[in-house]
Write a protein that binds this ligand. Structure first.
Ligand code: NAP
Length: 253
């Protein structure tokens, strides 16, 4: 039956950036659909652990700084040691730095590109090798942004990285579809998390943004639950290289 194809029972999902915000919300949704979760972040993932365990699933926390590639092997081996296999990777960890392009520093460029794009690629590559060796395909979901489609202002490294994420999602889908690996993206709209705290605290920017969202509200981590479960499930087996906007209508304006 159709709803069975959305179930993730028996699956193991790695979610990067699971310590808060959208990653914590997606970890909870995947667990409610039946997956055990490996949460990756620099700080504690206790919030995600509680939600995953409340859904009756297992949770493994791996503390790692994804600004470098060093933790990748540890994440993959730790997951295999605990759960024996990997079925799903959600590349969600991301940072943003705000400054006028004219004054933007090399560090703010490198840090954002490293976490949001370089590690996303090499972690995907390492997990895809595992998927190929396991022989059952797999699902990769990359978290993109409205700035995969638009330029934005004062966020040059973020726009570059997120535009890259959407292009890379297409490329990886093209190359890896033959292994039964689905690579897709989710482009969240303006969501109420730490990432957008500065915008929401600026009364003028907050009003401008809200006024442009057809749904008339900021998104929440729960708003991504349906999209991530779908893209990680058998129901999406023929969906490849697509970035699904979950944006309250922002891109439709
Ligand atoms: P958030 O609340 O700032 O959370 C970011 C997550 O990424 C945290 O779990 C953080 O964990 C992790 N992270 C950041 N740097 C890391 C590093 N060096 N190593 C390991 N983990 C790291 O942001 P969010 O809004 O939930 O964003 C999640 C994703 O959605 C990001 O890719 C973001 O760009 C994207 N996004 C957000 C919005 C929005 O409106 N909020 C819109 C579009 C796209 P630690 O700090 O504990 O390491």
């Amino acid at each position: 039956m159709i709803l069975d194809s959305f179930h993730l029972s028996g699956k193991t999902a790695i979610v990067t950036g699971a310590s808060t915000g959208l990653g914590e919300g997606m970890a909870e949704a995947l667990a409610q659909a039946g997956a055990d979760i490996v949460g990756v972040a620099r700080s504690s993932c206790d919030g995600a652990r509680k939600k995953v365990e409340a859904a009756g699933r297992k949770f493994l926390e791996i503390n790692a700084d994804l600004v470098s590639l060093e933790p990748i092997e540890r994440i993959v081996e730790g997951t295999k040691k605990e759960f024996g296999k990997i079925d799903i990777l959600v590349n969600n960890a991301g940072i943003i730095r705000r400054e006028d392009a004219i004054n933007f520093t090399e560090k703010d460029w490198d840090d954002v590109l490293n976490v949001n794009l370089k590690t996303l690629f090499f972690l995907s590559q390492r997990v895809a090798k595992e998927f190929v060796a396991q022989g059952n395909g797999g699902k990769i979901v990359n978290i993109a942004s409205m700035l995969s489609y638009q330029g934005g202002i004062r966020v040059p490294s973020y726009t570059s990285a997120k535009s890259g994420v959407m292009g890379l999602t297409r490329l990886l889908a093209n190359e890896w579809a033959k292994y039964g690996i689905n690579v897709n993206g989710i482009a969240p709209g303006y969501m109420a998390t730490n990432n957008t705290k500065a915008l929401r605290e600026d009364a003028q920017r907050n009003a401008e943004i809200l006024g442009r969202i057809p749904a008339g509200r900021w998104g929440t981590p729960e708003d991504l639950g349906g999209a991530v479960v779908f893209l990680c499930s058998r129901a999406a087996d023929y969906v490849q290289g697509y970035t699904l906007a979950v944006d309250g209508g922002w891109l439709a304006r």
